[in-house]
Write a protein that binds this ligand. Structure first.
Ligand code: HEM
Length: 156
């Protein structure tokens, strides 16, 4: 019997879930003594942009790449931010706390795909934040994240 497997975006609940998740998350970020200095100058649209970015990566509409930015633009936003492992760990901890508070799906399959993406994306952000330029071409496509494992090591 054929099984219709939803995207991570669909399984999570669609655009309102991602917008609500990152809205509540950035409230926590701004109340956090470690992350507040990093984000205090973010634009009012930052929360929505990150929500739309992650929603698109998880198989949702191309709202971010068509109207708000690109993968290249996202990378550039992190350059020279000098993010640390402590920043990264706190960012993930607050996002997972928010996901629990908002009752995002907690089945093992969804949560393992979700945390895998957060591990990957935040480590990329920290790496990019140590430099002042990126070798990524401007037309680098948006990442796509599904239910499977990454599939190979990071080879720069
Ligand atoms: C999966 C991980 C991540 C994703 C998908 C992501 C995504 C994004 C996006 C889309 C933007 C641009 C927002 C806009 O257009 O206004 C952005 C900016 C930024 N991100 Fe991230 N990010 C991630 C991880 C992190 C982490 C771990 C940190 C720090 C702890 C961080 C710090 C920042 C900062 C400081 C900016 C610039 C804010 C400003 O405009 O002042 N990001 N990020």
């Amino acid at each position: 019997m054929a099984v219709n497997i939803p995207t991570l975006f669909e399984w999570a609940g669609g655009t309102p879930v991602f917008e609500n998740l990152f809205n509540k998350f950035y409230d926590k970020v701004l109340a956090d003594e470690l992350l507040e200095p990093v984000f205090k100058h973010m634009s009012p649209r930052h929360r929505l942009h990150v929500a739309h970015f992650v929603a698109e990566v998880f198989g949702g509409p191309k709202t971010y790449s068509q109207n708000e930015g690109s993968h290249y633009a996202m990378i550039n936003k992190h350059l020279q931010k000098h993010l640390t492992e402590a920043h990264r760990k706190r960012w993930i901890a607050l996002l997972l706390q928010t996901a629990d508070e908002l009752s995002l799906p907690d089945d093992p399959e969804f949560r393992s795909a979700f945390i895998a993406y957060l591990e990957w994306g935040t480590r990329i952000a920290v790496l990019n934040s140590q430099t002042d330029s990126t070798a990524e071409p401007p037309d680098t496509p948006m990442p796509k994240w599904g239910w499977r494992e990454p599939g190979g090591p990071n080879i720069p």
